[in-house]
Design a binder for this molecule. Structure first.
Ligand SMILES: Nc1ncnc2c1ncn2[C@@H]1O[C@H](COP(=O)(O)OP(=O)(O)OP(=O)(O)O)[C@@H](O)[C@H]1O
Length: 289
């Protein structure tokens, strides 16, 4: 379940064009960066530990996401990808022990998790949770209207909400009866993932973090999800996705691909990194710094 009430949730959001693909230029040995829009997220030497055990998982992550960019993080199991994403949204299991994160010019680490959502950060979790007793439409309407309130907009009435939600359901190719079911209760793995994208479509975000949104999706569902993400993205919005698989990368065409290793970004480049990973494995690719 996405714990978020992100910033841009307007029913008038135009259907979306992807930003023009930035020009990739090689800045030094084996490192490519794209020239994108203005900085949206700037992570500098981020360190974080598990609160319960005091074990440090992130050992100095550096990453900049500019407006309109699509970033992918890959890496071995247990390298810290999900921890990084959860630290960004303020998950209580983790404590930041060093470094800084600036989001839209503000100190993200000073914000409560809900404030991060309201500031325009959205995360879909690897294993979306159920919310027993709360129907999907109740949840979405409540979250969406809370966001509108924050923006100084009038809350939508039931009829307006219904047509707005129907429009978003269509975007994600979900049946309307999903709205009446409790959030994720009894949903298949793939339905949960689609539901995450429905939440993103309804709530909007300046930066959407999708943690393994492709895992467990059949080919049709994967295409639907990728199409929906394409429509949700605008030249101003950015995406940070965590994945193990090339297929979603081919569909979403990231501007940057990062390899995380032992709690750090070990390598950054373009899609050619994926070929290197497939040919030589993570150990070799991570070592090529
Ligand atoms: N709340 C927690 N309690 C205990 N250990 C944790 C916790 N969160 C993360 N870890 C440990 O931190 C390490 C990194 O986990 P993380 O989930 O970030 O890896 P990942 O790169 O996302 O892995 P995968 O590709 O398998 O999803 C793992 O060894 C994991 O067991």
């Amino acid at each position: 379940m996405a714990l978020s009430l992100p910033t841009h949730c307007s029913p008038t959001v135009a259907p979306l064009r992807r930003s023009p693909k930035p020009t990739l230029r090689r800045v030094n040995r084996r490192v490519c960066v794209a020239s994108g829009g203005s900085p949206l997220l700037q992570v500098n030497d981020l360190r974080a530990k598990i609160v319960e055990s005091n074990v440090e998982i992130l050992h100095g992550v550096n990453l900049t996401v500019n407006q309109g960019e699509v970033h992918a993080i890959m890496g071995k199991n247990g390298s810290g990808k999900s921890t990084f994403a959860k630290v960004l949204v303020g998950h209580p299991d983790y404590e930041v022990t060093g470094g800084s994160v600036v989001f839209k010019g503000e100190d993200l680490l000073e914000m409560e998790p809900e404030e991060r959502s309201l500031a325009g950060l959205f995360m879909s979790f690897q294993s979306p949770v159920e919310i027993p007793g709360v129907s999907n439409d109740e949840f979405l309407v409540m979250a969406y209207n809370a966001r509108r309130k924050k923006l100084g907009l009038p809350e939508l009435g039931p009829l307006e909400c219904f047509s707005y939600l129907m429009e978003k359901l269509e975007l994600v190719n979900m049946k309307p009866d999903f709205l009446n079911r409790n959030v994720n209760e009894g949903f298949s793995g793939g339905e949960r993932k689609r539901n995450e994208i429905l939440q993103l479509a309804v709530l909007g975000a300046d930066l959407a973090i999708l943690d393994e949104i492709d895992s467990g999706l059949d080919v049709d569902a994967l295409r639907d999800v990728a199409n929906a993400v394409h429509r949700i993205l605008t030249p101003e919005k950015s995406l940070l996705m965590i994945t193990h698989y090339r297929r979603i990368l081919d569909l979403l065409n990231p501007t940057h691909v990062h390899v995380m290793d032992k709690g750090k970004i070990a390598r950054t480049g373009d899609l050619s990194i994926v070929e290197a990973i497939e040919a030589d494995g993570y150990e070799t690719v991570s070592a090529l710094t």
